[in-house]
Design a protein around this ligand. Structure first.
Ligand SMILES: NC(=O)c1ccc[n+]([C@@H]2O[C@H](COP(=O)([O-])OP(=O)(O)OC[C@H]3O[C@@H](n4cnc5c(N)ncnc54)[C@H](O)[C@@H]3O)[C@@H](O)[C@H]2O)c1
Length: 325
């Protein structure tokens, strides 16, 4: 099987590529390097191309006979999505439609989409099942919901079969320490707390400590990037075997608060973490925890690395490496 990994040299995509090294699949990458690094290509063929450039995307797809496309490319900064909604509509929605149009014309009909728990917004119940209605509370979440809706239309119109994987909070780094999270700017909690531990940052900001949670800080479902990658392998095999579109939550089904993350970081790094309590941010639900029964039952997926200790330890190994660079 020949697979195109779009956005393959970013954080999650690069872990996917490393997992593909253990298989016989033929892999190529398309990425515009806007946030990914070309060193992450791991000797796979990399087309440096922007999804906006539909003509070039079409040319690459038409010359290469892909069986399946995995789509990791997106803009992912929630705060930026408020300031620049056009960028998010363009990159996350219109550019994805460009890709789907090319696939439609070329009859490439298998697609794996990186969706997000952001489609749920402030959940009506915890844990959140896949049947929870879409209610995104920020423009980034809107774009993921829009693409998921578009996928249904493409299935109707051209028999596209897809897997929509709604990741909760992706985190951690490869166990071998070779790759990890490197968003610029970094906005995710765990790498930011670790930057404080390594001395790259002075303190960690906590946005609100008056939420209706056990310690007043927001609770999230953290899922290790290597577990996310394994979910992709299982979802892809299921899609190929059943030819049936499905939607899955990819989460740990356990929640950790911001304060619990900070405490675990202190224990692992043996460094004190100064904090600053600020006001709540717009668009931050108090709690977001996945119900992962669907993926554990249907795909037999079980998170292996998503305990908080492994998450923080692997991310800490990576942060120490980044600090030296
Ligand atoms: N990181 C998380 O916690 C998280 C949670 C839920 C969903 N997701 C989704 O997972 C996917 C991957 O996230 P990530 O954390 O690896 O992000 P990332 O920024 O590290 O990776 C995205 C990759 O896509 C590329 N890209 C972006 N726009 C492009 C375009 N127009 N054309 C070609 N390439 C383009 C970037 O250069 C980068 O390599 C995204 O779709 C994101 O919305 C991430």
């Amino acid at each position: 099987m020949k697979i195109l990994v779009v956005g393959g040299v970013g954080y999650i995509g690069s872990h996917m590529l490393k997992r593909f090294k253990e298989t016989n699949y033929e892999i190529e990458i398309l990425d515009n390097l806007s946030s990914g690094q070309k060193e992450n290509a791991q000797n796979y063929k990399l087309y440096v191309c922007d999804l906006l450039d539909k003509q070039t995307v079409y040319k690459i797809l038409s010359e290469q006979n892909y069986d399946l496309v995995m789509h990791f490319a997106a803009s992912i900064n929630v705060e930026e999505s408020y300031k620049n909604p056009k960028k998010y509509q363009q990159n996350n929605v219109i550019n994805t439609i460009n890709l789907l149009e090319c696939m439609k014309d070329l009859k490439i009909n298998k697609f794996i989409f990186s969706s997000s728990a952001a489609v749920y917004g402030e959940p009506e119940h915890i844990p959140v099942t896949e049947l929870h209605p879409f209610n995104p509370v920020n423009p980034y979440g809107d774009t993921k919901a829009e693409v998921e809706n578009a996928l249904k239309s493409y299935e109707e119109s051209c028999d596209l079969k897809y897997m929509s994987l709604r990741y909760f909070n992706a985190c951690g780094a490869h166990l071998d320490g070779s790759i990890g999270e490197m968003h610029k700017p970094e906005t995710h909690l765990i790498p930011l707390v670790l930057q404080v531990a390594s001395g790259r940052k002075k303190h960690i900001e906590i946005f609100g400590d008056d939420y209706p949670t056990q310690d007043g800080t927001c609770v999230r479902d953290y899922v290790h990037v290597m577990d996310i990658v394994e979910a992709h392998m299982l979802a892809m095999e299921n899609l190929v075997n059943t030819n049936k579109s499905q939607v899955f939550n990819i989460g740990n089904s356990k929640g950790f608060s911001v304060k619990q993350i900070i405490q675990m970081t202190k224990e692992i790094t043996k460094v004190d973490i100064p904090v600053k309590i600020l006001a709540r941010r717009k668009g931050d639900p108090a709690q977001l925890i996945a119900d992962n029964k669907k993926i554990t039952n249907i795909l037999n997926w079980n998170p292996k690395y998503s305990d908080l200790e492994t998450i923080v330890k692997t991310a800490w190994n990576w942060e120490k490496k980044l600090k030296i660079q």
